[in-house]
Ligand binder design. Structure first.
Ligand code: ATP
Length: 350
């Protein structure tokens, strides 16, 4: 694991910070927000993605660093170039996916916004569970195959975007639907009936507060459209898949806000106890609100989520925190700016 000291060492040579990320996921928002905060921006880009960013003059990076493959980000020369340009990387989901969590932990010697240690706590199901339990959040029950006594969702590790997940209510059904080789890697969780909400938070070590920035719901193909065909529950269970294709904006009834705000605060407190300096910056809880109006958290995304792309000019909640448009992307750059002014960059960079 790269040490904080090593990263701090690079930061001391930085004169004029540039905000950098891979041109994908939430990069438009990150660049747009960085520009609003007065930073130069660097986009690590593959040739076919460039036209997307060139289409939006206010959100395209000031400078492109072109690559043929994102694995090039790990080349020593490329890392050196990023440091020479005084880059601070804002890691989004695609950045972590393309560069790889282990590589980021061990080989990527460039200052990043947030806490690198979070990768191991988010990426390992057992650690993620410990984090959420330590925060006292309600999480779905887990089952061994022979304990299944209700509708369950069967997941597979690393199956990004819910690929090949399926529903099953008994050991027999589980056995029938799982290939032999996959049985040991299957993770069986109670299927929570309710409505999904994905609240976005931001933990600021500089201001010492947890901010509630917005909410979205993911649009998932094809589970979100199967009911239009009037299928039976069996058919929906057989055909349903969970690949995210977009995001929908949401607000909750105001009486639910105390619960959501407290859940974010507890998640941060738990992270500070388990892996200081904790869950720095943006994160999202993936929750289901049951009909008893309690939220069950089935996953955490420990960085900026694509659902925040809904609010480049601020959300129906962020407007009450800032007297100006504040996206999650801009909030990251604002935190870097505040930390810089207070000479506390090492608090938010690792
Ligand atoms: P990502 O990494 O993109 O968040 P993933 O592969 O980790 O996706 P999950 O987010 O765990 O997958 O689940 C995918 C979808 O499956 C959820 O968005 C939700 O619709 C459904 N889902 C997951 N867990 C549960 C659960 N316990 N009860 C009901 N639905 C669930």
């Amino acid at each position: 694991m790269i040490s904080r000291e090593e990263i701090k060492g690079f930061l001391t040579d930085y004169k004029k910070i540039a905000i950098a990320t891979i041109c994908s996921h939430s990069a438009l928002q990150i660049f747009f927000g960085a520009r609003q905060e007065g930073f130069k921006t660097l986009g690590i880009c593959k040739p076919d993605a460039r036209k997307v960013y060139d289409s939006f003059q206010l959100a395209k990076p000031d400078e492109y660093l072109m690559v043929e493959d994102y694995s090039q980000v790990l080349d020593e020369k490329f890392q050196e170039k990023l440091r020479e340009k005084n880059a601070i990387i804002v890691p989004h989901g695609s950045f972590v996916e393309y560069v790889g969590p282990k590589n980021i932990e061990e080989k990527f010697l460039v200052p990043m916004f947030g806490n690198r240690r979070v990768l191991e706590w988010e990426g390992d199901r057992h650690k993620e569970k410990r984090w959420l339990q330590h925060a006292n959040l309600e999480i779905p029950r887990e089952f061994a195959p022979d304990e299944m006594d209700r509708l369950c969702i069967v997941k597979f590790h690393g199956a990004k975007g819910g690929k090949n997940f399926f529903l099953a209510s008994s050991k027999e059904e589980f056995e029938k639907k799982t290939r032999d080789g996959d049985k040991n890697s299957a993770f069986i969780q109670e299927y929570v009936v309710g409505l999904r909400y994905y609240p976005h938070y931001f933990y600021s070590p500089v201001l010492n507060r947890v901010e509630f920035l917005g909410i979205d719901r993911r649009d998932e193909s094809n589970i979100d459209s199967l009911n239009r065909l009037g299928l039976t529950r069996e058919e929906i269970e057989r055909l349903g898949s969970y690949v995210v294709t977009g995001n929908i904006p949401l607000v909750v009834r105001e009486s639910l806000l105390p619960q959501l705000i407290e859940m974010g605060q507890k998640t941060v407190k738990s992270s500070l106890e388990l892996f200081p300096p904790g869950m720095i910056g943006p994160f999202c809880l993936e929750t289901i609100c049951r009909d008893d109006l309690k939220f069950v958290t089935f996953e955490i995304s420990a960085r900026i989520v694509a659902g925040t792309n809904l609010y480049p000019m601020g959300s129906p909640y962020s407007c009450y925190l800032f007297g100006e448009p504040m996206s999650a992307g801009r909030r990251v750059s604002r935190e870097i700016q505040l930390a810089k002014e207070k000479n506390e960059l090492e608090k938010v960079i690792y």
